[in-house]
Design a protein around this ligand. Structure first.
Ligand SMILES: NC(=O)c1ccc[n+]([C@@H]2O[C@H](COP(=O)([O-])OP(=O)(O)OC[C@H]3O[C@@H](n4cnc5c(N)ncnc54)[C@H](OP(=O)(O)O)[C@@H]3O)[C@@H](O)[C@H]2O)c1
Length: 303
């Protein structure tokens, strides 16, 4: 069994390169080898490698920049994805893809189910919806994992930004009226690996299970709750910060205006992944101590 991983340098792609290794032979490519601006070249590349499974961890994830760079967002998140999905369907490859809580409008009172209608608010979310729709229309075997609030020790994310700010400032103001679940990139990669292991052992195991899955950390918090927890855990492991948790103020979304609108409710129900694959998702807080320890060992050591 051979897996072609696209996007090896992103937060999720980096963890996938690790977690998929025991499942099958993995060929991992980054932007330098596989550029989504050229979908023709991308399709040729997939044909050359001829994998059983294509895992796409590439995305245009600059949510605010997408508002003024719609063409690139759609090229990467929809046009190239459509070409890959059609090639995979025609060649009978399993296509694995990631999507986002931003496909929803966030107006629902309870956690979203995979069957809920999409209603993306901004360009990024709309381009991700278009990518999902293209995969479904291609008609091949596919798994789409919608995730949220992704962070990890590799790459750029909210949690690392908060720690940098808390190191430099005595007070922080963080949005407290948007709710969701932080999702560690290693959780996404590990769950993908467990499911692909089931597929590698028995490709029929996935029959009837093609489709969309929510894959997010368990539980719920706000950005303010996430920031407070990360700062608290970082302080516990001895990372020197100027800002204490009590100096992190919760503010309303309108007090921190951004170019792209955000869903107020980003909570996604992940029960389907347990029901169909038997995979239990830990609470989002489970991953925080390891995350801050990894940072302490890495980029925060000399600071
Ligand atoms: N980040 C989040 O909070 C979040 C939340 C919900 C869902 N998601 C979804 O989760 C998935 C993984 O996201 P992530 O957090 O791992 O994203 P990420 O860290 O931003 O990584 C995205 C990767 O895509 C690559 N890429 C962008 N444009 C490309 C192009 N034209 N050609 C080839 N590669 C290109 C980037 O390459 P370079 O490294 O060279 O720039 C990067 O390695 C995505 O589908 C995303 O939509 C993310």
């Amino acid at each position: 069994m051979k897996i072609l991983l696209l996007g090896k340098n992103g937060q999720v792609g980096y963890e996938l390169a690790r977690s998929l290794a025991p499942v099958a032979e993995v060929v991992s490519l980054g932007r330098e080898d596989a550029n989504f601006m050229d979908e023709g070249g991308l399709v040729d590349l997939v044909k050359d490698h001829n994998p059983h499974i294509v895992v796409n961890a590439v995305a245009y994830t600059a949510v605010d920049k997408a508002e003024t760079d719609e063409a690139t967002a759609y090229q990467v998140n929809a046009t190239a994805v459509k070409a890959l999905a059609e090639e995979a369907a025609g060649s009978k490859r399993l296509f694995v893809h990631y999507s986002t809580d931003y496909v929803y409008d966030g107006l629902k009172d309870t956690p979203y189910l995979e069957s809920d209608a999409c209603g993306a608010l901004g360009v990024y979310g709309k381009s991700k919806v278009a990518g999902e729709e293209a995969i479904v229309a291609a008609g091949g075997l596919h798994l789409i994992f919608r995730t949220s609030w992704v962070y990890g020790s590799h790459g750029h994310n909210f949690a690392k930004t908060i720690l940098r700010l808390a190191r430099d400032r005595e007070q922080l103001r963080v949005v407290g009226d948007q709710f969701g679940a932080p999702t560690n990139a290693s959780l996404i990669a590990d769950v993908t690996s467990l499911i692909l292991h089931q597929y590698a052992l028995n490709p029929d195991a996935i029959n009837g299970k093609t489709g969309v899955y929510h894959l997010v950390g368990g539980g719920k918090t706000s950005w303010h709750g996430f920031a407070t927890t990360v700062v608290e855990e970082a302080t516990k492991v001895g990372i020197a910060l100027k800002c204490e948790t009590s100096a992190i103020t919760s503010i309303a979304s309108h007090e921190y205006p951004l170019p792209a609108p955000r869903p107020m409710n980003s909570c996604l129900n992940s029960q389907k992944i347990y029901t169909l694959f038997g995979i239990k998702i830990p609470d989002w807080t489970y991953y925080i101590p390891r995350f801050v320890r990894d940072l302490k060992e890495g980029e925060f050591r000399e600071s």
